[in-house]
Design a binder for this molecule. Structure first.
Ligand SMILES: Cc1ncc(COP(=O)(O)O)c(C=O)c1O
Length: 381
């Protein structure tokens, strides 16, 4: 049983389960059954000349609403865009920076949350890298030495893509707010699987292709109303600048709401898939999914430790991502054996060059699958 689901439902809601054991949701996850159906339905309408109609626009609104429930924000604070990098880049390019402002980022983070901030140096903004050891959790005490009177924004991931560790956001958020420093989050590694409703986050970006079980290239950017007047949309077009009758106007009036950062035609098939998967995760229960996944991840860590493997990232805390450190003798037969057993994990290199075996179960996985993974891992040693 996968979190109270019978096998028939599991196969219907998560078709990937029919073809093996998928444990790589922190990479590019499979879309859910409902996402598949929603995208097919959209494609069928599109082939009949209805790429956009009233029904499609109604569902776009639902996509904003369900995303907002996952983010703990208002529906019109959600822009429906694409890659995480696009959302973070819009923030980096659109904010009202002044020469000498500082932005704090984590150089050990995924590139999408590093380059947009570093690149601001070209505009006279000083990028300030955090300093921490590999696999170390980001605490308020990690950030504090980097904060100055010039710090304007801090950008962090809600969970690290290799260690799965969640920064100490419950302290960091209020501390930054008290200092009037903006907080931007890359939410892709928690949205859909763990609570990602940080009241102090001014911005959050995430693509749908991981824990949200949506298609690649559909995603969300949350921009809180309280910062709308501090950011202007760097990309402009007919969708976010009021353009009656599709005629370019002499004065540009930017739309309000989530549309503000959406310059042109929306990725409708992607949005359909993302919406359907988020609605599914909501129906299955967000808390239940989180508990189920964290339980499986813990089971995997315990079993791996018993088998003599070391976990990347210090700390015992709950996290849906587990990366096992490359043993001194290397991974040898493990990749082949995983493939032969039809178990999909992700292989990622860490910053010192060791190859990590990353395991990331979701609601669709069962305890028996976690045990099967451990069995294959052990048999390959
Ligand atoms: C932390 C993090 N951010 C972003 C991404 C993906 O970025 P994008 O949606 O821009 O492709 C990943 C993918 O692995 C990630 O782990």
């Amino acid at each position: 049983m996968a979190g109270g689901m019978n096998e028939v439902d599991r196969a219907k809601l998560f078709p990937v389960t029919r073809g093996g054991i998928f444990l790589a949701h922190a990479a590019v996850a499979p879309i859910s059954g409902p996402a598949h159906e929603a995208m097919n339905r959209w494609a069928a309408g599109a082939a009949q000349g209805q790429q956009e109609d009233e029904e499609v626009w109604r569902r776009v609104r639902k996509a904003r609403e369900v995303s907002a429930r996952f983010l703990g924000c208002e529906w019109d604070e959600v822009s429906l865009l694409g890659p995480t990098a696009l959302g973070l880049g819009l923030v980096a390019l659109g904010l009202d920076w002044k020469e000498g402002d500082e932005v704090i980022y984590d150089p050990l983070d995924y590139p999408a949350n590093v380059y947009p901030w570093r690149d601001l140096a070209r505009r006279g903004v000083r990028p300030v890298p955090l300093e921490r050891g590999l696999g170390e959790k980001i605490l308020w005490s990690t950030l504090l030495p980097k904060i100055t009177s010039k710090t304007k924004l801090v950008s962090l991931a809600t969970a690290h893509y290799l260690s799965g560790l969640v920064p100490e956001l419950s302290v960091i958020g209020p501390e930054l707010k008290a200092r009037k420093i903006l907080l931007c989050l890359d939410g892709i590694q928690t949205l859909g699987v763990m609570p990602t409703e940080w009241a102090e986050a001014d911005f959050l970006a995430a693509d749908a292709h991981k824990w949200m079980l949506g298609p690649v290239g559909a995603g969300v950017l949350m921009v809180r109303k309280r910062v709308w007047d501090r950011m202007s949309p760097p990309l402009l077009g007919s969708w976010n600048v009021v353009s009656p009758d599709y005629l370019a106007q002499s004065t540009m009036v930017v739309e309000g709401g989530g549309r503000r950062y959406e310059p042109g035609s929306l990725n409708l098939p992607g949005i359909e898939g993302m919406r359907a998967s988020l609605e599914l995760l909501e129906q299955l229960g967000r808390k239940e999914t989180s508990e189920h996944v964290l339980g499986l991840a813990e089971r995997i860590r315990e079993g791996a430790r018993r088998g003599g493997f070391s976990i990347y990232g210090q700390g015992e805390e709950a996290r849906p991502i587990t990366s096992l450190l490359e043993p001194t003798q290397g991974w040898k037969e493990v990749p082949k054996k995983m493939e032969a057993a039809r178990i999909r994990v992700s292989w990622r290199r860490e910053h010192e060059g060791r190859m990590l075996l990353r395991v990331s179960p979701h609601r669709s996985n069962t305890r028996a699958e976690a045990d099967e993974f451990l069995k294959v891992l052990g048999s390959a040693g």
